[in-house]
Design a protein around this ligand. Structure first.
Ligand code: LLP
Length: 422
């Protein structure tokens, strides 16, 4: 069931009309559906309910604490990549025991924070990081539980800016150095080797790279155990793609992904850890925006809207496609027009789409970008001094603003004119 759908000629988020949110909160604004978050988490986690598994939602995809609290209530864990994300996860009620810490550049301050919170595991990505973690844990009189993120040198397709599992990417321990790294880790006093971790990319639309990765890591786990390492967990990362409305190939459903993973890991005798981000949050949110001007130049029809690349950067950064729909259902007889939908930012790259066929729209009409719940608000900025886009969570027939729109005064409050200029 779609929780962003038309009712009486206009689009609702669950039981709340988007026009009401636009009138009361203003636009642009991200609108999320609690029921969709819950359904996506459930669909994913239920697939693995018959094996030992932890679903650690990848906080970077949508890190609002209301989102995290919604997932925490259902038992979800968290994959974090910074001290900030760790504090978000903890403050939303996700216990340290369900938090995994990924990322190539963890600082010793962040490590200390994570050790104090008693996190489940550190996914270590280099030997310098391993030594820093050993020192930090030692200074606290603790042992740090670790997995190495190994780089399986497998190409997962998708956009090059989000591919992570190839040897040339900055991520993980090189495949042929993995066993040496484990031997070193086992010799350190404040490191407790517990598992293996991998993450090969994002918006992956085929099971094949996942399967090849799992087979490769399965062999590695066998070799590590032979050398005496007590490997208890296998973190498969995130990356499962979702439909955006233009996919050349519809990504596998979580149930197909789950069946493959269970089959490929059968007999490995490990706890599985997953770090889905987009799969949980992508279709749980829309970006709601308003047309400022419809500008016809003779050669192009521009819809200049009040959302811009600073609010949703995916089209500018990755040429990403988002399905666009008007909030008011078009009448029976209309002729679609080809529009370039653009924002007010002073860059040609501030273009959401070119020549998109849409019902005719004019100033003050509302529209939505679908599938904007992942990597939307989380990647927003204040470029052009456009206040950070607010977020709203809908739950049935009620909604709450879960991130306020800052005023310009709020923005200027953090800046100073130095003494020598005043
Ligand atoms: N685990 C790790 C270590 C990751 O780096 C990521 C995403 C995930 C899990 C979650 O991946 P997902 O399930 O969401 O595919 N901003 C880009 C996507 C960047 C992905 C970064 N890493 C976009 O908007 O497409």
């Amino acid at each position: 069931m779609r929780h962003f759908d038309f009712r009486n000629g206009e689009m609702y988020a669950e039981d709340v009309a988007l026009s009401k949110i636009a009138a009361e909160v203003g636009t642009p604004v991200y609108v999320y559906s609690t029921a969709t978050f819950e359904r996506h988490y459930k669909v994913f986690s239920e697939v693995f309910s018959d094996v030992q598994a932890l679903v650690a939602y990848s906080v970077k995809a949508n890190s609002n604490i209301a989102v995290l609290a919604t997932l925490a209530k259902m038992g979800c864990g968290a994959d974090v990549v910074s001290g900030g994300e760790l504090i978000r996860a903890l403050s939303a009620g996700i216990p340290g025991s369900k938090i995994v810490f990924s990322g190539v550049g963890k600082t010793q301050n962040e490590m200390k924070l994570a050790l104090d919170a008693g996190i489940r595991i550190f996914n270590v990505e280099s030997l310098p990081e391993l030594h820093a973690l050993n020192d930090t844990a030692g200074s606290l009189g603790k042992k740090a539980p670790i997995a190495f993120r190994v780089n399986p040198d497998i190409s997962a397709g998708g956009h090059e800016k989000i591919s992570t599992g190839k040897a040339e990417n900055k991520f993980g321990i090189a495949w042929d150095k993995a066993e040496e790294a484990y031997a070193l880790a086992a010799s350190l006093d404040h490191i407790d080797v517990k598992g293996v971790d991998v993450h090969i990319g994002s918006q992956i639309d085929s099971l094949d790279p996942f399967r090849r990765t799992i087979e490769k890591i399965g062999d590695l786990i066998g070799r590590l155990r032979k050398s005496g390492h007590n490997i208890q967990s296998f973190d498969i990362g995130g990356g499962l793609g979702i439909p955006y409305g233009n996919n050349e190939k519809i990504p596998p459903h979580p149930s197909e992904y789950g069946a493959m993973v269970k089959e490929a890991t059968r007999g490995l005798d490990v706890e599985l850890i997953f770090e889905p981000g987009r799969m949980v949050s992508g279709n749980s949110g829309v970006l709601l925006s308003k047309v400022i001007y419809a500008k016809e130049t003779g050669t192009r029809n521009f819809l200049i809207i009040d959302a811009a690349m600073n609010d949703l950067i995916r089209p500018a950064l990755y040429d990403a496609f988002h399905d666009i729909e008007p909030v008011k259902a078009p009448g029976a007889d209309f002729e679609e027009k080809l529009y370039d939908v653009v924002g007010p930012v002073c860059e040609t790259g501030d273009t959401f789409t070119k020549g998109r066929s849409l019902p005719p729209m004019s100033a003050d009409d509302l529209l939505v970008f679908h599938t904007a719940g992942a990597y939307g608000a989380a990647q927003a900025s204040q470029y052009n001094t456009r206040p950070l886009v607010p977020e709203v969570m809908v739950n049935g027939d009620v909604y709450e603003v879960i991130r306020e729109r800052p005023s310009i005064e709020d923005i200027l409050k953090t800046e100073r004119i130095p003494d020598w200029l005043t």
